[in-house]
Design a protein around this ligand. Sequence first.
Ligand SMILES: *[C@@H]1O[C@H](CO)[C@@H](O)[C@H](O)[C@H]1NC(C)=O
Ligand SMILES: *[C@@H]1O[C@H](CO)[C@@H](O)[C@H](O)[C@H]1NC(C)=O
Length: 568
Amino acid sequence: MFTTSVMKWTVLVSMLHLVLGQNLLLNGEIESMTHWDCCCFKCELTTVHHQGQHAIKVTGRTQDWNGPSQTLVNVKPSGRYRVSGYAKLLNDLPNEIGQNIGMDVEVTFNDGRKTYISAAFNPLTRVSDGWVHVKGDFDIPAQDVKSSRLYWQGPSPGVNFVVDSISLTDLTENTNWRGESDAVIDRVRKSDINFKVTLSGDVKSDDVEIDVIQTKKAFPFGTAVTCKDYLNGDQRYQDFINKHFNWGVTQNAIKWDLMEQQQGHIDYDTPINAIKKLRSNGLKVRAHNIVWSVPQFVPQWVRPMTGNTLRQTVHYRVQDIVNRTKDLVEHWDVNNENLHGFWFQNTLNDRDYNLEIFRIAHQAGPKVKLFLNDYNVVADGGFTMAYKNQAIRFKNANVGLYGVGVQCHFADNVKPDPTLIKEHLDTIAQAGVPIWVTELDVYQTDEKIRADWYETAFRAFYGHPAVEGIMFWGFWSNNHYRGEPASLVTGSSFRVNAAGQRYLDLTEKQWMTNETHALSQTGNAFKVRGFHGDYDVIVKVRGKEVPTLKKTFTLGKSAHTVNINVHQ
Ligand SMILES: *[C@@H]1O[C@H](CO)[C@@H](O)[C@H](O)[C@H]1NC(C)=O
Ligand SMILES: *[C@@H]1O[C@H](CO)[C@@H](O)[C@H](O)[C@H]1NC(C)=O
């Protein structure tokens, strides 16, 4: 009796921990130094706390990876974990616009190899930010893991900080993701079409059939386009784009360092002619990108510039390229990968200069939708929260941010994980701006497995209400930067491989509406739940189309009514 109730109690407690998210760290609340290691720099308890009475104050750092750490005794191979904590800087450095602070997980394998996972980071942190919430997630590799350790780290040597309220919790697999995705697809990608048919003359219900045929998709499915190939290359490449995508994005040709390799010698023709050709074939265009803050992608001739010369040069680039494209493109990626690179802000020693670049772009082309665009924010979870915060900062600054691009380059041989994709999209969606999947690719040599991986990713994205468009970063192995293992179309034979077939099956069959209704089955009033887009309605009497009764319409977010009066 006693044993049973103790067992029941134990089970109840462990279930509660699961529900409440048991903290798998030891002394994560930090009321003492127990379980926290600080080698080769100084840690002490301080009463400057986020919660409870104490926190750890870190000083005397000589390396950016110096920070309190703890061996993870409660994590399992293949496990998914959420990590969260609070950090506060105690000093800024005069020549640095901010500090990257967060948590890395060091995984040691049985053979001694180590790998480092960025679990949660907040870039450009300053003293004036106060307590910063750092949150993210990661998964532990499936095999041969000997041990793992969580490290606070990131700020430059000489920066002191305090950390508190640190937790590590299980992120449980969402086994119902497919059902949830299907429900969202039905709710947000479709609307009702209400048919009301009246019959006159000698026409009877049994005589009438109605075809409801979607002729065009509203939802953007697109690809990166190699401008030169689209203008002058393989005809099959051009035709595939025109036939199977409704959006294109300039892959390289309009990037600053490529179109203007020497100051003033600017190749406008390649990208702008490609954009015009895409438009003439009915595609809409994203332009990518105005500036790129990762140092290696800043044009060589710009790199020596500083101060007002740099500001004026950037101002000219932004105005010039937006002036020339504002009536041709729907979107601009303004400042590429600005969670990972800060060249312009660093060089000008101005943390807010990234807002200024948006302001200039927005003024030059107020109707163009402006985007942030970044990587490892959905395919990985270490910078997801930081991306949400960046989007909120841009939104609140009123500089014309429309949405955020999530690149989604999944790592080599890594299967897209629908649980994590949803977790990341949910986090980013909290910023309250639309999300576009801008640069999707997976990498898997087996094309049948690749097909499954692309389908999983597509269902996770299309089945998320904040996602407004999905673009591949290329599709043909011959000009894809990751080659055959990422492709939908293989080699010089231009074979649409298993992944390509899957893409076509999803976007042209499963997610298009094409139904025939016999009034004998449906009665004279019936409803079709159709995917958003353009429709033809064909009325057939005794198997023969009546051309005068044909209807066309566009189905959007609200229900549409079709009245048909069949008389013969
Ligand atoms: C862009 O257009 C505006 C408005 O016509 C003009 O004032 C500005 O000089 C142009 N900028 C560039 C760099 O061409
Ligand atoms: C609609 O479905 C019918 C019957 O399966 C098929 O013959 C036709 O080609 C389809 N039309 C479109 C536009 O997909």
